[in-house]
Design a protein around this ligand. Structure first.
Ligand code: F6R
Length: 369
């Protein structure tokens, strides 16, 4: 049932191109317009929404953080993202013009379920992004957009995460479409690129051998740090979470701009630091800033592991290890940048003799608050 792989996690990492393609299937037509049949919240109602609030836990929360960038940039609707476990306890401001999006692979996470119940009690409409047909969260929501990752068995979420990203992009683009956001060249390019993103994921998977070798060489380390900016920041958080839960290593993700406000004090000789570099096109200011962050930490002895677009030569002099990913529009980069981090964590867990599919103390779905 593991299809020739040693672990479900390896199988599920490998299934990501298909999971992404299946989640896109039938949702973007040839002219680039979106049909999300299952989103049973009417277009007129969606046009009235003046705020989006995303609630989720763990990896799904990281997908939500990335969704915020896409929703605000493409639709100009303010969007908040909150850990489901914190949400209802702070008496959040919700009304019928708030669209709440609950993201959950299992559809059974109690924290997320309680958050969505609270939102509905306040009169908000809830859209679930979920991977499990007929589970509790979509049943209790006003609408659902299913991710088509197929069953995810390994406790650590991989293919579900990539499909959650796809679903979030689709929702953001759909909101833009119904609200009449100007469908400029940028959005058209994004829709085109999104349609072929499964091929990009495939290409990344084909080049993972050096990442595995690197992971094995770091098996004795105690700490790994992850840095990113813009959508690369949630990717850094996700890389750190994967490493904690699988390799039981101390791992932290930081927004690269925060380095100088504290975390740079952690940098010491030979500390592995993974840096997710934004595209040198799109937000080029951010790109240049992160390149100087890499220089700064390297000057203090860090071992830099740099994830950068193919063709980005500016990072080469400062990268002790360079991991290439295909060029994508800025907002879509997490679809490709996350994959090496999953492989990295999985290989480190294996090298440290850990149980990859069933990390200690964790359960696949957390049905208690
Ligand atoms: C991390 C992981 C967890 C889940 C979280 C939410 O690899 O698997 O952090 O993402 O427990 O679970 P769902 O998506 O089922 O609500």
């Amino acid at each position: 049932e593991k299809g020739g792989y040693d672990y479900f996690m390896l199988k599920e990492i490998a299934e990501q191109p298909k999971a992404v393609a299946d989640t896109l299937l039938g949702r973007i037509d040839a002219s680039g317009s979106l049909t999300l049949d299952e989103v049973r919240i009417g277009a007129s109602e969606l046009r009235e929404m003046d705020k989006v609030v995303i609630v989720a836990c763990g990896t799904a929360f990281h997908a939500g953080l990335i969704a915020k960038y896409a929703i605000e940039h493409w639709t100009r609707i303010p969007c908040e993202v909150e850990l489901a476990s914190e949400f209802r306890y702070r008496d959040p401001i919700l009304d019928p013009r708030t669209l709440v999006i609950a993201i959950s692979q299992s559809g059974e996470t109690m924290d997320t379920l309680m958050a969505l119940r609270h939102a509905r009690e306040q009169g908000s409409k809830v859209l679930a992004i979920c991977n499990t047909n007929g589970s509790t969260i979509p049943r209790e929501s006003d609408a659902v957009l299913y991710t088509h990752a197929g069953p995810e068995v390994a406790v650590a979420s991989t293919k579900a995460f990539l499909t959650q990203l796809v679903a979030c992009y689709l929702v953001a683009l759909y909101l833009g479409q119904v609200r009449g956001t100007k469908w400029g060249d940028e959005i058209q390019a994004v829709v085109r690129e999104l349609s072929r993103s499964s091929q990009d994921v495939e290409r990344v998977l084909d080049t993972m051998e050096p990442v595995r070798a690197l992971a094995r060489s770091l098996a004795h380390k105690g700490t790994v740090l992850f840095l990113g900016r813009h959508v690369g920041y949630p990717v850094a958080l996700e890389g750190a979470l994967k490493l904690k839960e699988l390799a039981y290593m101390h791992a932290e993700g930081f927004a690269a701009g925060e380095l100088k406000h504290g975390p740079i004090a952690l940098i010491e000789e030979d500390l592995p630091v993974v840096v997710v570099v934004p595209s040198p096109r799109g937000r080029s200011v951010l790109h240049d800033k992160i390149v100087s962050n890499i220089q700064e930490i390297r000057a203090r002895g860090a071992r830099t592991i740099v994830i950068a677009e193919e063709g980005d030569e500016t990072v080469v002099p400062y990268a002790d290890h360079l991991i290439r990913i295909p060029a994508t529009p800025t907002l879509l980069q997490p679809l490709v940048a996350t994959v090496p981090l999953q492989v990295f964590a999985c290989e480190l867990a294996t090298a440290r003799g850990n149980e990859v599919d069933q990390p200690r103390n964790l359960a696949k779905s957390v049905t208690v608050e």
